[in-house]
Ligand binder design. Structure first.
Ligand SMILES: Nc1nc2c(ncn2[C@@H]2O[C@H](COP(=O)(O)OP(=O)(O)O)[C@@H](O)[C@H]2O)c(=O)[nH]1
Ligand SMILES: [Mg+2]
Length: 233
C-alpha cells in the first residue's frame, strides 16, 4: 500500500510529540562549581539563565516532565553550580541543557554577585558548543540590571547566529492585556531573538518552547544536501 503524507495537522502534532518526547529524555550529566571543571562536548548546548526565583528550575522540570531534575529550590540563590543534562536516546546524546546559577538574589553578598557576573560572562563567551540561550524573566519585575548586563554580553553573539529566546515566566499571574504588553516589550528587548509567554503552572508555552529548542539543535537539512526523492510509480 502506498503511504500518503499525513495531513498538516497530523504532521504538526507529530513534530510536537517528537520535541516533547525528546525533552523527556533529559538526564543528569554532571555538575561543576567552576567553568574549567565543565567537560567539553561536541553536542550543541542550550543554556538556561535568569535571576533567582524567576522560575528557572520549575521551567526545566516542566519542559523535561521530570519533577526533580533541576531542583526547584525554595531557597533562592542556593544553587551556585552549573548543572548539565543530556538529551537524546541513551548513549546517543544529541544535545545538552545547561542550568546556570540564578543571580540577583538580594541576600547574596556583593562579592558573590561579582563572581557570578564573571562566571556567566566567561561561560557565554567561551563555551564552544553553546548553540542557544533561554533567558527567563518574571514579567512582573521586568528586566533587572543583571539581566541587562547579560543581554549586553550576548547581543553580539545573537547577531552572529546564537539562538536566543526570552521566556516570560509565571504568565498565569498576568491578565490578558498585561501579558500582551509584556510580550511586546520583551520582543523589542530580545533584539533579533524571540519571546514567549510561559507558565509552568498552566503548562502554557511548553509545546512551542519544546519545538523551538528541538529546531535549534536539529536543524532541517538544506535542500541541496537531501537526495532527490525517488519517484514511486
Ligand atoms: N504562579 C506560578 N509560580 C511559579 C511558576 N513557576 C515557578 N513558580 C514559583 O516561583 C518560585 C521560584 O521558582 P523556581 O523554579 O525555584 O525559580 P528559580 O530560582 O529561578 O529556579 C517557586 O515558588 C515556584 O513555585 C509559574 O509558572 N507560575
Ligand atoms: Mg532554581
Amino acid at each position: 500500500m502506498a503511504s500518503s503524507s499525513p495531513p498538516l495537522d497530523d504532521a504538526q502534532a507529530q513534530r510536537i510529540k517528537q520535541a516533547v518526547g525528546w525533552l523527556h529524555t533529559a538526564r543528569f550529566l554532571t555538575t561543576a562549581a567552576q567553568l574549567h571543571h565543565l567537560p567539553a562536548y561536541e553536542q550543541p548546548e542550550i543554556a538556561f539563565v535568569g535571576r533567582s526565583n524567576s522560575g528557572k528550575s520549575t521551567c526545566i522540570n516542566v519542559l523535561t516532565q521530570q519533577r526533580q531534575l533541576a531542583y526547584a529550590s525554595k531557597t533562592p540563590g542556593r544553587t551556585q553550580h552549573i548543572n548539565l543534562f543530556a538529551l537524546g536516546r541513551q548513549n546517543q546524546t544529541d544535545a545538552v541543557l545547561a542550568d546556570l546559577p540564578g543571580y540577583g538574589y538580594a541576600a547574596v553578598p556583593k562579592a558573590d554577585k561579582v563572581r557570578w557576573q564573571r562566571v556567566m560572562a566567561n561561560y557565554l563567551m567561551t563555551r564552544d558548543n553553546l548553540k542557544g540561550v533561554v533567558l527567563l524573566c518574571d514579567p512582573r519585575l521586568g528586566l533587572t540590571e543583571l539581566d541587562e548586563i547579560l543581554l549586553e554580553v550576548i547581543r553580539p553573539k545573537v547577531e552572529a547566529g546564537l539562538k536566543f529566546l526570552m521566556l516570560l515566566t509565571k504568565a498565569d499571574k498576568l491578565n490578558r492585556s498585561e501579558a500582551q504588553k509584556a510580550l511586546s516589550i520583551a520582543k523589542l528587548q530580545s533584539g533579533g531573538g524571540q519571546a514567549h509567554l510561559f507558565s509552568s503552572l498552566k503548562k502554557q508555552g511548553v509545546e512551542e518552547v519544546s519545538m523551538e529548542l528541538y529546531r535549534w539543535t536539529h536543524p532541517a537539512p538544506s535542500p541541496e544536501s537531501t537526495p532527490a526523492p525517488t519517484t514511486v510509480v
